[in-house]
Design a protein around this ligand. Structure first.
Ligand code: PRT
Ligand code: ZN
Length: 283
């Protein structure tokens, strides 16, 4: 039986449970419970505060956990990140009052920095040979410069809206972060096998999420150009249409290149383009 730690409530919870359910675990409940049994996989879900998950994994109370990489890097516990999950993307950045004439990282020399991520900030300062005073605070970090508590802050940034509305500007990106799957370092062979199975499913779900299935009609005299536009797929499926001189082309496109390629396909004479989400992708 695998014990998987998931955030009890907050930004990570919904997507963590959705991912596990797309992997076929069958988890009901959440929010008000401490744990839940998966209906369809030998796993138990433990609902915890994200900050507590690294300790639970190090201690072997949980075998796996889903949490922000920012927390993993701050807690520095004995454990291994085994997969990046692609959601809850953000960055941990240093910000200063917007009126400051910030020329570079040397500006931080001898200054006070307020943050909830003192280890990550200290590593950043060490890498840059800067010595500064770190004030560890647990919440509302963004108000620290305004009340005279610090010269700068280091906090999570997503859109940048919170910094802006507090009169701050982002000056250094310290780390990038996303949700990650973390595992205990001393698992039994039986648990390793279950994790391998789960990881295989997670990869299939995430791969599918990042790709789209595309069908289009192409005049035969344009087929070569159209196939040339489709990336990475050496052999898309090509089938004749009932209408003489036309073919149907099927292929898979990466989400990130998607619109650019659609424009090129149209410019090359493709018609009747259909785009379909892929549920699972197993290579
Ligand atoms: O109760 P618990 O301790 O479990 O939860 P929490 O309050 O510590 O964490 P939660 O749920 O807020 O966030 C969980 C994780 O989501 C974080 O550890 C990050 O890995 C990730 N994440 C992604 C974020 C954001 N985006 C985010 N925007 N975490 C926090 N924020 C906050 C940030 O602190 C700041 O106040 O949003 C504000 C900045 O957002 P913008 O869009 O204004 O820049
Ligand atoms: Zn937390």
């Amino acid at each position: 039986m695998l014990r998987i730690a998931v955030q009890k409530s907050g930004r990570l919870q919904e997507k963590s449970l959705a991912l596990l359910n797309e992997c076929g675990l069958g988890i009901d409940g959440g929010r008000n419970e401490l744990k839940a049994l998966a209906r369809n996989f030998p796993a138990e879900i433990l609902f915890l505060r994200d900050d507590d998950i690294p300790q639970y994994i190090e201690d072997g109370v949980a075998d796996l956990g889903i949490l922000g990489e920012n927390v993993v890097l701050e807690k520095k516990k004995q454990q291994t990140v085994i997969e990046r999950l692609g959601f809850a993307k953000c960055r941990l950045s240093i910000a200063v009052p917007k009126g400051i004439d910030y020329a570079g990282v040397e500006w931080l020399q001898g200054k006070k920095i307020a943050t909830s991520y003192s280890r990550v900030v200290q590593d950043f300062l060490n890498r840059n040979n800067i010595s500064a005073e770190i004030h560890e605070i647990s919440g509302s970090v963004e108000i620290a410069p305004g009340i005279g508590l610090a010269d700068a802050i280091c906090d999570i940034v997503s859109t940048g809206g919170t910094l802006l509305s507090n009169g701050l500007k982002e000056v250094e990106e310290v780390i990038k972060s996303e949700a990650v799957l973390v595992a205990n370092n001393n698992l039994s062979a039986e648990k390793e096998l279950l994790i391998e199975k789960l990881l295989f499913r997670i990869k299939a779900v995430n791969k599918a999420r990042n790709n789209k299935y595309i069908l289009l009609n192409a005049p035969n005299d344009k087929l070569e150009q159209i196939i040339g536009v489709l990336p990475g797929m050496k052999s898309p499926t090509v089938m004749p249409l009932a209408m003489e001189g036309w073919s149907s082309v099927h292929s898979v496109l990466a989400e990130e290149d998607f619109w650019e390629i659609i424009h090129q396909l149209k410019a090359n004479g493709a018609q009747g383009i259909l785009v379909i989400p892929i549920e699972k992708m197993i290579l």
